[in-house]
Design a protein around this ligand. Structure first.
Ligand code: SI3
Length: 288
C-alpha cells in the first residue's frame, strides 16, 4: 500500500444520488490513465461527510467490484457515530478492503483518551488494519508524537495519513516508526514530505495529476530534489488554480473535460457557474 493513492472522487447526479456509471468511469480513469497505486475511498474528496450510510455502502461496493484486486483499497469509515463506523468497518472488511482508515473524531473537542478509545473500540470489532486519518485544519485535533505512539500501541494501527504542514512532527514520526506506513496528505507539500522518506501520499488532486505526483515521489526517493522541485512547482500552479476555482467541483469538471462522467458535488457544495466552467477549460488546456 505504498506510492501515490488517489483520494477517490465520486460522481453524483443533480438529485445527489450516486451515479454508478460515473463512479466506475472515475475509477477507470484513475487506474488506466493516471495509473495510481491505490485508492482511498470515502474520504473528504469522496464527500463522505455529506453521505448517508446507504450511499457509503453503495460506493464501497461499486469500487470493490470495479477494482477487484488490481490495486490496494483503503476505506475511510470514520464517523462521529461510532456504531456507524463499526458497521462500515465490518462491511468493507467483508468486501475485502485491504485496510480501513478513520478520521479523528471532531466537532466536540474530544480529549486524547476519548480519541484513543474510539480507535480501539472500532478495532475490537473488526479484523482489519487501520490507518489514522489526521487532518488538524479540519478537525481541530492536533496529536503529539507521544500520542501517535500510544495509538500505535494497538498493533492493528499500521499507519497515518498525515495531512498537516508540520514537517518537524512528520520527521519525528518517520524516525520513531520506521515500520509504520506514513502517508502525506497535502498534495501541494508532497516534495518536502517525500524528502522525509514517507511511504506514499493520499490526495484529491491525484485523480488527475497523479502522474506528476509519482514523478515527484520517485525523484525525491532517488535524491533528485531539484528535478522534483520543478515538477512540484508545476503541480502547485495546477493546484492553486484548482483551489481558487473550488476544489472538488473543479477536479470533477476537469475529469469531464477528459470524457469522464464525473457529475457534480452534493449539496451544500456549490455547482460551478458558466464562468467557473470556463476556468476549468483553461486549467485543462494548460495542465492536462
Ligand atoms: O479524501 C480525502 O480524505 C483527501 O483527499 C484528503 C487529502 O488530504 C486532501 N484534503 C482535502 C481536505 O481535500 C488533499 O488532497 C487536498 O485536497 C489537496 O492537498 C489540495 O489542498
Amino acid at each position: 500500500m505504498k506510492g501515490i493513492i488517489s483520494a477517490l472522487l465520486c460522481s453524483f447526479d443533480e438529485h445527489g444520488q450516486v451515479n454508478e456509471k460515473g463512479l466506475r468511469d472515475i475509477i477507470r480513469y484513475n487506474l488506466d490513465t493516471v495509473q495510481v497505486d491505490g485508492l482511498y475511498v470515502n474520504g473528504s474528496s469522496g464527500e463522505n461527510f455529506l453521505l448517508t450510510t446507504a450511499q457509503k455502502k453503495q460506493i464501497f461496493t461499486i469500487v470493490k467490484d470495479e477494482v477487484q484486486s488490481d490495486v490496494p483499497l483503503i476505506a475511510q469509515i470514520g464517523s462521529l457515530i461510532i456504531e456507524e463506523a463499526i458497521e462500515l468497518a465490518k462491511f468493507v472488511t467483508n468486501l475485502g478492503y485491504d485496510a480501513i482508515s478513520a478520521v479523528t473524531p471532531f466537532y466536540y473537542k474530544f480529549d486524547f483518551e476519548e480519541i484513543k478509545h474510539y480507535y480501539n473500540t472500532i478495532l475490537e470489532h473488526v479484523e482489519n488494519k487501520m490507518i489514522i486519518y489526521s487532518i488538524p485544519a479540519l478537525t481541530g485535533v492536533n496529536m503529539s508524537l507521544d500520542q501517535f505512539s500510544e495509538l500505535f500501541d494497538n498493533k492493528k494501527i499500521i499507519g497515518v495519513k498525515f495531512t498537516a504542514p508540520d514537517f518537524y512532527l512528520l520527521e519525528r514520526l518517520r524516525h520513531r516508526f520506521p515500520d509504520h506506513l506514513i502517508y502525506s496528505g497535502f498534495d501541494e507539500m508532497l516534495l518536502p514530505a517525500a524528502v522525509l522518506n514517507i511511504d506514499g501520499a493520499i490526495g484529491s488532486t491525484f485523480n488527475l495529476n497523479g502522474k506528476r505526483a509519482k514523478q515527484i515521489l520517485t525523484l525525491a526517493q532517488q535524491g533528485h530534489i531539484m528535478e522534483a522541485l520543478a515538477i512540484q512547482k508545476e503541480t502547485n500552479d495546477f493546484i492553486s488554480a484548482v483551489l481558487d476555482n473550488g476544489l472538488y467541483q473543479t477536479l470533477k469538471e476537469l475529469l469531464v473535460t477528459q470524457g469522464v462522467d464525473a457529475g457534480i458535488c452534493r449539496q451544500p457544495l456549490k455547482t460551478l457557474t458558466a464562468n467557473g466552467k470556463g476556468i476549468v477549460l483553461d486549467i485543462a488546456n494548460k495542465y492536462l
